[in-house]
Design a protein around this ligand. Structure first.
Ligand SMILES: Nc1nc2c(c(=O)[nH]1)N[C@H]1C(S)=C(S)[C@@H](COP(=O)(O)OP(=O)(O)OC[C@H]3O[C@@H](n4cnc5c(=O)[nH]c(N)nc54)[C@H](O)[C@@H]3O)O[C@H]1N2
Ligand SMILES: Nc1nc2c(c(=O)[nH]1)N[C@H]1C(S)=C(S)[C@@H](COP(=O)(O)OP(=O)(O)OC[C@H]3O[C@@H](n4cnc5c(=O)[nH]c(N)nc54)[C@H](O)[C@@H]3O)O[C@H]1N2
Ligand SMILES: [Mo]
Length: 764
């Protein structure tokens, strides 16, 4: 058996390994100077916003915020490699389709607008004006605007996203499938119900004051590396960091900060987690309920012994609704149920609750390990319940913190990318622009796929992203995609969604965030973005554009809009020529953006006021709402266990990828090298299967809708993960994620709870 792809795990996240990896990445980009120069300007005033993640920027930063994966994101965009017309001339689309995601994007930046030619099966260059005109003609020819789908990936700036939604609504639909539908949708839905605003309530400064930080279902060492710096400082200060993650993730255990010179010189590192609990997949709601149960037990004991109260009674009586119902349901939930569903012992849960009770100020952060399950909204409500008990919201050093993914996914939502837009926003648009805005709710991601599959959707436009690879059931989606009349991908690099052409298909190449965006007067344009902490700030590129033929995203949207909707209602070219004009419209139609252009000029931007962090509850009850729901009857884990031969699979990210963009084939922190088709599994489960690390296996989907789903030729990696839970990488495993399984109320694909079995004998 060849196990050569399994190697040493990093002893700590960060450290020299991270610096080495940065050097390698900058060299690979072929343009180390521009990459390095670009890095120095990332997340700094007068620089660009790092396209890596949505973590906040410090108010008093050092020369630059070091981040290995930020370097990868930046140098990936600043590469010297070019996918020119000559490249597309050399390869048919069928040939390119055989490449992996990694090999495909390695070809570099697309330099010219391209149109698919079915006869030669190749993309050929096309003039911008011709592309816009043909797209406009097709959109105008549809029987209804609701036959068109308009996708957004969360890298788009506020200005691009706002112009896009304006165009689409003027065209006549609310079909806005958005990457957040696959991401933090459950956080938006759950928090809106609980606290009246679908965003987190903390600022970066709060991390300096928290006594305890609970990190649930998140792998910041890879996905939000700058957060590790904040966790490290908190840990050094003596704050407790309590992790809930089925997998032991390196970055949550130890971190060696490349900006801390002594630590680097001595090869030292800082412990991150003070407590590390490994729940079963989907077991978080039960774990959090268990902590609440322990808090109530402590409260009862305090009353009996006349000791000070554990609960924050002032907060509960002044600010909360339905507290008694919550207490009743917690009392009615047995420890047996909690232990069985969470996979954690009562003792462990009580220990975590003790940390919570001994802290005056607690922050709870979470990401995809919480949001991509069937019962994610209920879990987020339960997290809110738990935090209300001791008033851990709306005070310094405390609060709820969903850590967003794409660098502007939160901003895109704020400025109107929403298939279910608030009525007040639509009213404001009508007033500002004087046209009748469509009111019917549109399609989210799963709605759009449904419409593609049943033939009612005819066209797809993607503002960034890689829709056909990021979505579940990739094989089915690919088929549906090819049946469309028109597909348009606004993109920086080639990806697989470009290789599933419909009748007419375009790749429209745009400027990246790191590149200078000049208007007709030769002035450099600034865009703006909003991070996870609701800070809005400016971003201006510093690199020369990858090709003179690129347009900005705003410019491309304006071109399509003008060709489709004309210039009677909106003067698209004028808006595209001066983004301040777009911001003036945002200011007039979206609350919180007063003096937008002026405030954007302040060095680190401005904060969008969050009502809940001021203890104002924008909910129907006017209070912070407790939620008294039962635990799920069965999590994926319990289902898999009942089926005996099945496992609960989660699909997560390696250290060398950005979603569907694969930078390299290593996952240093998990000790896997040169191989992505792997399944992490507990050694005892391997033994039961009669298999070893390195063995090949076919992974078979166990979703009972009659569709056969197989991910062939994967390899086992023995790992520290609970028995019955397994893990592997997205997007390779998306063939197994069933379209039919979506989160309650969030409609998010359940990418972290997929039931599978293994066929060892049959693998290639
Ligand atoms: N370098 C890099 N940065 C990124 C991205 C990237 O791909 N690469 N992607 C960006 C985007 S769009 C997003 S949304 C974020 C994603 O950031 P993360 O949410 O950190 O991403 P995942 O890799 O999906 O990791 C999920 C984590 O949750 C754990 N987990 C899975 N299921 C459960 C569960 O049931 N309970 C608990 N407690 N834990 C669970 C997994 O073991 C894993 O550690 O990162 C953003 N930043
Ligand atoms: N199984 C499984 N599926 C998942 C997930 C999971 O954890 N498991 N995670 C989900 C999550 S959280 C998310 S957010 C989605 C992500 O879904 P998407 O946002 O659709 O996918 P990305 O891989 O981020 O998109 C990458 C492409 O964006 C383009 N691009 C890069 N930079 C720019 C730019 O500046 N402008 C433009 N116009 N294009 C650009 C490039 O061409 C690149 O190929 O995937 C989801 N799918
Ligand atoms: Mo995401």
């Amino acid at each position: 058996m060849n196990e050569s792809f399994i190697g040493k795990k990093s002893s700590a996240a960060g450290g020299w390994g991270a610096l080495k990896s940065c050097g390698k990445q900058l060299l690979q980009s072929g343009n180390p100077l521009s990459g390095a120069r670009a890095m120095l300007k990332a997340n700094q005033p007068n620089g660009f916003d790092c396209p890596g993640c949505a973590w906040g920027d410090p108010a008093h930063g050092s020369s630059f915020e070091f981040c290995e994966n930020g370097v990868k994101a930046v140098s990936w965009e600043a590469t010297e490699k070019r996918a020119t017309p000559a490249f597309f001339e050399k390869h048919t689309v069928s040939e390119l389709s055989k490449l992996s995601d990694y090999e495909l994007e390695l070809n570099g930046r697309v330099t010219h607008p391209m149109r698919y030619d079915a006869q030669s099966d190749k993309y050929l260059p096309v003039a911008w004006e011709d592309a816009f005109a043909e797209i406009g003609d097709i959109l105008k020819s549809l029987d209804s605007p609701d036959q068109a789908e308009f996708y957004t990936s969360g890298r788009a700036s506020n200005e691009a996203a706002y112009l896009y939604q304006l165009f689409v609504r003027l065209y006549g639909t609310n079909n806005f499938p958005d990457c957040s539908n696959m991401c933090h949708e459950a956080s938006g839905v759950g928090l809106r119900q609980a606290i009246g605003v679908g965003k987190g309530t903390v600022l970066l400064e709060d991390f300096e004051q928290a006594d305890a930080i609970f990190v649930l279902g998140q792998n910041p060492g890879t996905n939000h590396p700058r957060m590790l710096g904040d966790l490290r400082r908190a840990s050094i200060r003596g704050a407790n960091i309590v992790v809930f993650n089925p997998v032991r993730e390196r970055g949550l255990e130890k971190f060696s900060d490349p900006q801390a010179k002594l630590e680097m010189l001595h090869g030292g590192s800082t412990d991150i987690a003070s407590h590390y609990f490994q729940p079963l997949l989907g077991g978080d709601m039960a774990a959090v309920r268990g902590m609440s149960k322990a808090v109530f037990a402590a409260e009862d004991a305090a009353i009996a012994s006349n000791s000070p109260s554990v609960l924050d009674h002032d907060f509960l009586s002044e600010h909360c609704a339905d507290f008694a119902d919550y207490r009743a349901i917690v009392d009615a939930t047995s420890w047996d149920e909690i232990e069985d569903q969470s996979g954690l012992s009562r003792h462990d849960i009580e220990q975590a609750a003790q940390v919570y009770m001994s802290a005056d100020r607690v922050i709870c952060t979470w990401a995809m390990g919480v949001t991509q399950h069937l019962h994610s909204v209920a879990t987020i409500r339960e997290i809110s319940n738990f935090m209300f008990l001791r008033g851990n919201i709306g005070k310094p050093g405390a609060g709820l913190c969903p850590v967003r993914g794409h660098s502007n996914v939160q901003g895109d939502r704020t400025v109107g990318i929403n298939e279910k837009p608030p009525e007040a926003f639509l009213d404001a648009l009508e007033k500002e622009f004087g046209f009748t805005v469509p009111r019917k709710h549109g399609h989210n991601v799963l709605g759009a796929i449904g419409a593609m599959l049943d033939g009612s959707a005819k066209t797809f436009i993607g503002l960034g992203g890689n829709f056909a690879r990021a979505t579940p059931d990739s094989a089915l989606v690919a088929k549906a995609f090819k049946n469309l009349k028109l597909t348009v991908n606004i993109a920086t690099k080639p990806n697989h969604s470009h290789l599933m052409p419909g009748e007419v298909s375009f790749i429209l190449p745009c400027l990246g965030r790191t590149e200078i965006d000049l208007n007709s007067q030769g002035q450099s344009q600034v865009v703006s973005v909003e991070d996870s902490m609701s800070m809005v700030h400016g971003s201006a590129g510093i690199n020369r554009p990858a090709s003179p033929h690129l347009l900005s995203e705003v410019g491309i949207i304006a071109g399509i809009a003008e060709a489709t909707a004309g210039t009677q209602t909106v003067s698209w070219a004028a808006l595209a020529d001066d983004y301040e004009r777009i911001r003036n419209h945002i200011e007039a139609t979206v609350p919180g953006f007063d003096d937008y252009n002026t405030r954007l000029r302040t060095p680190r931007g401005f904060h969008l006021r969050n009502t809940a962090s001021h203890r104002e509850w924008n909910t129907p009850t006017g209070k912070a709402n407790f939620f008294a729901g039962a635990l799920p009857t069965q999590t994926v884990h319990q289902k898999a266990r009942a089926a005996q031969t099945s496992f609960a699979l989660q699909t997560f990210r390696s250290h060398d990828q950005y979603n569907t963009t694969v930078y390299g084939l290593d996952d240093r922190y998990r000790g896997v090298y040169g191989e992505r088709n792997v399944i992490f599994i507990h050694p005892d489960d391997l033994a039961v299967l009669g298999a070893k690390s390195g063995d090949r296996v076919n992974v078979v989907g166990e979703y009972h809708d009659g569709i056969e789903r197989i991910a062939a030729d994967f390899r086992f990696v023995s790992y520290d993960i609970p028995r019955g839970s397994v893990a592997g990488y997205y997007p390779e495993l998306n063939v197994l994620v069933p379209l039919g399984s979506a989160g309650d109320q969030s409609d998010t694909p359940t990418s972290k709870s997929v039931m599978v079995s293994f066929h060892t004998g049959t693998a290639a």
